[in-house]
Ligand binder design. Structure first.
Ligand code: KIV
Ligand code: NA
Length: 265
């Protein structure tokens, strides 16, 4: 099967075919999601939350991101694999940003990187792209800045922040980003900025008019119990499925029902 490329994603925007993206953090999940036909797999720094149990995305390291990315790349034969640059690996220092991006590409075999922010990080983005590494932007609610925002609420509701976002997305396009994630912004604003750029926008909590959609896979398959923001559609409840499987296993072990005659050597 042919690998999805940034060029194909660009063509999808042009012909109005929506881009389907989910996060993935390991080999097993990546094989399933790739088999299902996802266009893009994002090794998100949300791994810090859903894989490691941290409250924020800030603690995850570059080495840990690379470890997650290695498994996902081995599991993905068709999807384009993008890896988040973690907090502290690119901000305010374009040389360090380039080194971090190069490490991800070299050590994991991923196809591109993603980083958060607008004009503040344009210099880093340009330097990474100059090295031949595709970059995806990320605007709106940028979780690495959670202590600046103070809450995980919707961003760019006021005119000042909306105007900054409009400026930022043009700056990311001009810097050469191949796509931009728009997280938790009003649907009307997402529609407007999606029409204002030629590169695809991928929304999460940003309404139906983005060029694609992304969700955290653990949320959409119902592994993260009790996390139900409005934008999240849960397609299966694996929490309850795994819980009852584990309970049934415990029962069988205690009752000496497992293993049976056929399950031994
Ligand atoms: O880390 C992540 O999961 C993300 C997506 C929500 C876009 O950045
Ligand atoms: Na992220």
């Amino acid at each position: 099967i042919k690998r999805i490329t940034t060029h194909i994603l660009q063509e999808m925007k042009q012909r109005g075919e929506k881009i389907a993206m989910l996060t993935a953090y390991d080999y097993s999940m990546a094989t399933i999601l790739d088999d299902a036909g996802l266009d893009v797999l994002l090794v998100g720094d949300s791994a810090s939350n859903v894989m490691a149990g941290h409250e924020t995305t800030l603690p995850i390291t570059l080495d840990q991101m690379i470890y997650h990315a290695q498994g996902v790349v081995r599991g993905a034969s068709r999807a384009f694999v993008v890896v988040d640059l973690p907090f502290g690996s690119y901000q305010g220092n374009s040389k360090e940003a380039l080194n971090s991006a190069i490490r991800i590409m070299k050590e994991s075999g991923a196809h591109g990187v993603k980083l958060e922010g607008g004009v503040e990080v344009v210099e880093s983005i340009q330097r990474i792209i100059t090295a031949g590494i595709p970059v995806m932007g990320h605007l709106g609610l940028t979780p690495q800045s959670i202590y600046k925002f103070g809450t995980y609420t919707v961003r760019a509701k006021d005119e000042e922040e909306a105007n900054k976002l409009k400026t930022d997305i043009i700056a990311l396009q001009d810097a050469g980003c191949f796509a931009v994630v728009l997280e938790k912004i009003p649907a009307k604003l997402a529609k407007e900025v999606t029409a204002s750029v030629s590169i695809p926008t991928i929304g999460i909590g940003a309404g139906p008019n983005c060029d694609g959609q992304v969700l955290v896979v653990n949320d959409m398959i119902g592994l993260t119990k009790g996390f139900k923001p409005r934008f999240l559609r849960q397609y299966v409840n694996l929490y309850d499925g795994i819980l009852s499987a584990a309970q049934a296993y415990i029962k069988d072990v205690k009752a000496k029902d497992f293993p049976n005659e056929k399950e031994q050597y």
